[in-house]
Design a protein around this ligand. Structure first.
Ligand code: AMP
Length: 289
């Protein structure tokens, strides 16, 4: 589907016949992480819709909108292999026609720090396009990766705050065999940078191991996470922090624990590797990293 009108007509038809629609929004340059979202949607839906739209609104003026990787033919094959029924892809001028002037602007703790601080306007672009896509596609469920944890939290909050009739389904981060979180932007890395990149995953695992051994000082964990990253990459991370996964408020000094059960802790990292920013995160209070 390449027009908003044809996608909306299909939405209305699917709704009329009572189909459950699973939706996976993406920016293309697809990899197995995206495919895992489509496979999950396939298992839980009658009809699976994916979108590919490199959203200019979420890129800053000096960011990589123009050079963001694009491969529509390759993506089409990957979507089909993962069980997608409908690909919706349209142009920026159709999505934001002349005169467009209404935006969704997240405010508060979720949009105050981290990616929001490093990339002003990014989540305004994300929230606006996600709400537009949800309106155009009208899914029963929409699938988002935990890889982009702050985005996921903001989308969940938006859907709840604005009473959008969709269920948001968080999906696990798919990694390369050496632990690097899959990302379309990994294509920017040189061979040397690619070889160094799994240090992010190792630093997150080391933080988890420290908690398992009884470390309960958030400040100590943060310092060690930062120094692991600095020694691997030779520069400080943009941020390496322990936060509450629902609010993205940094944890206080001591990690909260009740009757030996840890409070939810999300470690979040953004690391510059050359000119590429890599994001990763992990729950430290749970197994499975
Ligand atoms: P993007 O195309 O980067 O905008 O990502 C589209 C969706 O795929 C978002 O919900 C991402 O969080 C998700 N995603 C990206 N990388 C991964 C990954 N490695 N594992 C799981 N989901 C991912």
């Amino acid at each position: 589907m390449t027009s908003l009108e044809s996608m909306a007509r299909l939405r209305d038809e699917l709704r009329r016949v009572g189909k459950r629609v699973g939706f996976v929004p993406t920016m293309g340059a697809l990899h197995p992480g995206h495919q895992s979202l489509v496979e999950r949607a396939r298992a839980e839906s009658d009809v699976v819709v994916s979108s590919i739209f490199v959203n200019p609104l979420q890129f800053g003026p000096s960011e990589d909108f123009e050079r963001y990787p694009r491969d529509l033919d390759g993506d089409r094959a990957k979507l089909e292999a993962a069980g997608c029924d409908v690909l919706f892809t349209t142009s920026p001028s159709a999505m934001y026609p002349h005169g467009f002037q209404t935006y969704v602007v997240p405010e508060g703790s979720l949009a105050a720090r981290f990616e929001a601080a490093v990339r002003p306007g990014h989540f305004r672009g994300v929230a606006t396009i996600v709400l537009k896509l949800l309106n155009i596609v009208g899914p029963t469920r929409a699938y988002f990766g935990r890889k982009d944890a702050q985005q996921l939290a903001i989308v969940k909050r938006m859907v709840s705050d604005l009473n959008v009739p969709v269920q948001i389904v968080p999906c696990p981060t798919v990694r390369e065999p050496d632990g690097l979180a899959m990302s379309s932007r990994n294509a920017y890395l040189s061979a040397e940078q690619r070889a160094a990149a799994p240090a992010i995953y190792r630093a997150l695992r080391a933080a988890r191991a420290r908690i398992c051994k009884g470390e309960r000082s958030a400040a100590a964990l943060r310092t060690e996470l930062t120094s692991d990253l600095r020694s691997a990459f030779g520069v400080d991370p943009d941020y390496a922090e322990l936060v509450d996964p629902a609010s993205f408020e940094p944890l206080g000094e001591a990690i909260p624990e009740q009757r030996n059960v840890l409070a939810p802790i999300l470690a979040i990292v953004a690391q510059r590797v050359g000119t590429t920013r890599l994001l990763d995160n992990a729950r430290l209070d749970e197994d499975g990293l």
